[in-house]
Design a protein around this ligand. Structure first.
Ligand code: NAD
Ligand code: ZN
Ligand code: ZN
Length: 402
């Protein structure tokens, strides 16, 4: 079969590789009909090469048709249309019993000390071949794949693999009070979905009560992304200058949004926070009396710092953006002083899919049908990675068709 493989930094290629097989009784193999590129794939493309081997198959947002199932996969049959969650969970361990599917103890990779295995996401997460391919072997298929109805186009359901549950969890964790304000930093695919979920379902809706009205302010600097979000919410353009945290505070009566979602993560800014800067912050008491912008240096501030500065006292910062390595900012003093709740983590995909699915079946409330800006054959995946990373050609989301 053909698959998109990682070869080196910013070097991905479509290659001929062996077809996957059912090798465990709980496996299924699906024929992939649509598979998307995620901002997390850009981390692999750009910075996490040390955890990949040339030839690793990327991709964790896939859907398709079941080809073959192992004997323990009783809920699926060949021909079923399914969407595959990006994290691989067993559905019945201690963590899964608590719906903490991203921490599944059956699939977690003990040697690397990480949570549940992920498709197409490096040796850190189990080195499971990914879904940007013609076929995908799905471990733990007795639990993971979600059957979706025939009829609507693939893209109605594709985003259940990742960005919709990720956004849903971000909004649920943000816990915006009735009539409150949510700021969403970053209007990539995840941020766009956060804006839509918050506006159309509301904070109460994601907690399974009646929908409640939430004011939403989206922040980015890419015109196409701001334009798309502006159809659903207020937007703030980073490139207009000024301090975004101050502008958000101003827009919310001087207090700050009740919650801020960081849907940016680590690739957002150039300079990682060096050890020296961190030590200096820790050692010099007079520095501690200064605002974050001075302590860390404006050019070193991450979106997470902006979120922490902008959120109102006693509010919540909800992170879906991923930080790691040297880009691991944690201004504890500000968090403590402001009494901020911080919630974060990989999305527990299957925890939210049953709630989201009804919003997708009868109509397209969240506007997913025309969300993809680019639909390309799998063979064009190298070009797709390039335009998605460079945000060229108004690219917001790419769907690959194997
Ligand atoms: P993306 O890279 O397409 O989007 C990031 C957006 O942030 C871009 O539009 C960029 O212009 C904007 N941006 C950069 N710096 C900013 C700043 N300082 N303030 C505001 N906006 C800024 O990525 P994506 O696919 O939307 O994913 C976003 C993040 O979510 C990534 O870190 C990704 O790894 C992570 N993610 C997490 C999960 C999870 O389970 N928690 C799932 C999917 C993605
Ligand atoms: Zn993803
Ligand atoms: Zn489990």
């Amino acid at each position: 079969m053909k698959a998109l493989t990682w070869q080196g930094k910013r070097d991905v290629r479509v290659e001929e590789v062996p077809d996957p097989r059912v090798s465990e009784p709980t496996d299924a193999v699906i024929r992939v009909t649509s598979t998307a590129i995620c901002g997390s794939d850009l981390h692999l493309y750009e910075v996490l090469g040390m955890f990949l081997r040339p030839g690793d198959i990327l991709g964790h947002e896939a859907m398709g048709v079941v080809e073959e199932v192992g004997p323990e996969v009783t809920g699926l049959r060949p021909g079923d249309r399914v969407v595959v969650p990006f994290n691989i969970s067993c559905g019945n361990c201690w963590m899964c019993d608590r719906q903490l599917y991203a921490q599944c103890e059956t699939t977690q990779v003990r040697e690397t000390g990480k949570g549940a295995a992920l498709f197409g996401y490096t040796a850190l997460y189990g080195a499971v071949p990914g879904g940007q391919a013609e076929y995908l072997r799905v471990p733990q298929a007795q639990f993971g794949p979600l059957k979706v109805p025939d009829g609507p186009p693939d893209e109605r359901f594709l985003y259940l693999s990742d960005i919709l549950p990720t956004a849903w969890q971000a909004v649920a964790y943000a816990d915006v009070p009735d009539g409150g304000t949510l700021a969403v930093l970053g209007l990539g695919p995840v941020g766009q979905m956060c804006v839509r979920v918050a506006r159309h379902v509301g904070a109460g809706g994601v907690r399974a009560g009646a929908p409640r009205d939430v004011r939403v302010i989206g922040v980015d600097r890419v015109p196409a992304r701001l334009g798309l979000a502006a159809r659903h919410a207020e937007v703030l353009d980073l490139s207009q200058g000024g301090d975004v945290a101050d502008r958000l505070i101003e827009l919310t009566g001087g207090r700050g949004p009740d919650a801020v979602v960081d849907a940016v993560g680590m690739e957002a800014h150039g300079a990682p926070l060096g050890k020296a800067a961190q030590t200096a912050v820790g050692l010099l008491p007079d520095l501690l009396a200064r605002p974050l912008t001075e302590r860390f240096g404006v050019d070193r501030l991450t979106a997470l710092h902006t979120a922490i500065r902008a959120v109102r006292r006693g509010g919540t910062v909800s992170l879906s953006g991923v930080y790691g390595g040297e880009v691991d900012p944690m201004p504890m003093m500000d968090l403590f002083d402001k009494g901020v709740q911080l919630r974060m983590g990989q999305a527990h995909v299957r925890r939210w899919t049953e709630q989201i699915l009804p919003l997708l079946t009868d109509s397209d409330v969240l506007g997913v049908d025309d969300f993809a800006t680019h639909r390309l054959p799998l063979t064009d995946a190298p070009h797709a990675y390039e335009i998605f990373q460079k945000k060229q050609d108004d690219c917001v989301k790419v769907v690959l068709k194997p």
